[in-house]
Design a binder for this molecule. Structure first.
Ligand SMILES: Cc1cc2nc3c(=O)[nH]c(=O)nc-3n(C[C@H](O)[C@H](O)[C@H](O)COP(=O)(O)OP(=O)(O)OC[C@H]3O[C@@H](n4cnc5c(N)ncnc54)[C@H](O)[C@@H]3O)c2cc1C
Length: 483
């Protein structure tokens, strides 16, 4: 049995409930499957897990989803949500859409016992203060939920088949103070916290008691990480400053500054070089300062220390420097893993590989938590989504006792990044067949239409373009309310 070492989400305000171990030990249960149906447990409701949930044959499988959030986060739209271009609800899809057909537990999976085929889970909901429960009240009830009052109680689930899609955490490279003082952009709660902080910075800077130096410090927005997330957030922030902020805080808008830091010599290193240069030129013209080859050494509450620059005061620091392994994955030591990223190795059918060398036919791993041995693919939504579609098809065949031996094939649809002011870049230069790249307005159209087709529910298919074409923003402006 392997135990997750850490339960703390890296840099995210997502405290795990305090566990009363003595009580927890007595309140375990095993969910039982309806007769003849195999138990399929999906860990994670992200790009991998949610797509499986959508596509799986729920009539034939007894499906359980375990995820600390009860929604799917449409990550490509988070940067837009963080500045108010989009409303938060556009970027989430509730997993409850599929209940009661599917059982959903808002919980962390802490431990996988591969021999017993069980999972040890811990609720991700706040602990409920309850009266000391008598053994009578524990046995009287019949439903799973009421058998376990008090969400500080862990529980055990059995699986016949398991899909591991728990994603990855934000990488901090152990730079002191990052977890405590920087903002991450991994889910809609992060986007909400960033949006609140941006408006707070302007309202603080607007106080008559402040000096101009204090104002400039508050309105210094730093982004660390020159990958697509850091770049898109910088671009969205620039759009906000040059629209609503200029209109409503004209004096303060002139004091605001956006700086993008990276240790690498260029931003957007994974894109075609000419597109990276296009992005850098555009940012320079827009007044977004790019500080490549810069190393952040320490972060404090309202300042960071950069090796090449010294002390840098900031009002908001957004940190996006790649991925760190999920503690659940880190804790597993009987499966083969990528030495550097620690992601689980799978074969071409996405089954995990035992240390002894053979595949486990009942466990699959997809998304940022996994990689195919010998075919490393980028940690993107595109890869996670394609693997999930493939796996759902496979599972739907398996449940009907049909063969599915076809190996997974990735189809590169290209990478996109928004650069602000209705411009974007689109890179398909490393695709096997049609190689192409695009920049400017046409790439922006591709960027928006890609999200339109990928956005899942009908509700969001209507909402996203309404906001994205800036129809509502154009008429009413972005909402600058702080609450
Ligand atoms: C801001 C941002 C923008 C992005 N934009 C793009 C883009 O434009 N295009 C693109 O291709 N990719 C993009 N990505 C990358 C993409 O989002 C990821 O590659 C993708 O989310 C990976 O999917 P996943 O299912 O592996 O993980 P995730 O989507 O991260 O989902 C992981 C799930 O597992 C849950 N979980 C975590 N730990 C546990 C546990 N112990 N037990 C149970 N559940 C657990 C999490 O709560 C979550 O629900 C972006 C990422 C970010 C952060």
């Amino acid at each position: 049995m392997f135990k997750a070492r850490s339960s703390v989400v890296c840099g995210r305000v997502q405290p795990r409930p305090t566990v009363n171990r003595s009580v927890a030990a007595t309140r375990t249960f095993t969910s039982s499957a309806p007769r003849n149906k195999q138990r399929l447990v999906i860990l994670g409701s992200g790009w991998g897990g949610y797509e499986i949930l959508r596509a799986i044959d729920k009539k034939r499988w007894n499906v359980t989803m375990v995820s600390p959030t009860n929604a799917f986060n449409f990550t490509p739209l988070l940067a837009s949500c963080a500045v108010g271009t989009l409303e938060f609800r556009c970027a989430v899809e509730p997993v409850r859409r599929y209940s009661p057909q599917v059982k959903c537990y808002q919980a962390w999976c802490d431990t996988i016992d591969f021999k017993q085929k069980t999972l040890r889970c811990m609720p991700a909901t706040p602990p409920v203060e309850c009266e000391r429960t008598t053994s009578a009240s524990l046995t009287e009830t019949s439903t799973t939920e009421t058998q376990h009052p008090g969400t500080d109680t862990g529980f055990t689930l059995r699986y016949d088949k398991l899909v591991i899609a728990v994603g990855a955490y934000s990488q901090t490279f152990n730079v002191p103070g990052v977890k405590e003082h920087a903002h991450f952009l991994k889910d809609v709660r992060d986007a909400r916290a960033i949006r609140t902080r941006i408006i707070e910075c302007f309202e603080q800077a607007n106080q008559p008691t402040l000096s101009d130096i204090q104002r400039r410090n508050l309105l210094n927005f730093c982004i660390v990480g020159g990958g697509p997330t850091g770049v898109e957030f910088s671009a969205e922030l620039h759009d906000l400053l040059h629209a609503e902020i200029e209109r409503h805080y004209p004096a303060l808008a002139r004091m605001a500054k956006i700086t993008l830091y990276d240790v690498a010599p260029n931003i957007l290193g994974n894109f075609d070089k000419s597109l990276g240069v296009y992005a850098e030129d555009k940012f320079r013209r827009d007044g977004i300062s790019i500080k490549t080859r810069h190393h952040v050494e320490r972060v404090e509450k309202d300042r960071m220390f950069v090796k090449e620059q010294g002390e840098v005061p900031f009002g908001l620091l957004v940190w996006s420097t790649g991925l760190a392994p999920n503690p659940l994955i880190q804790s597993i030591d009987s499966l083969e893993k990528h030495e550097k990223t620690q992601s689980l190795f799978t074969d071409q059918n996405l089954n995990v590989i035992r240390k002894e060398g053979h595949v486990d036919p009942d466990i699959w791993a997809i998304g940022d938590a996994a990689n195919i041995k010998g075919q490393l693919l980028p940690a993107t939504a595109q890869v996670a989504n394609q693997k999930a579609k493939y796996l759902a098809q496979k599972l739907n065949k398996i449940v009907k006792d049909q063969e599915h031996t076809k190996a997974f094939e990735f189809h590169n649809k290209g990478s996109l990044a928004y650069l602000g002011d209705w411009k974007a870049i689109y890179d398909r230069s490393s695709a096997e067949n049609v190689k192409t790249k695009e920049s400017g307005r046409l790439a922006w159209l591709l960027w928006r239409s890609a999200y339109f087709t990928m956005t899942l529910s009908v509700r969001n298919k209507i909402l996203v373009p309404t906001y994205c074409t800036r129809f509502l923003n154009w008429i009413f402006g972005r909402d600058l309310t702080r609450f």
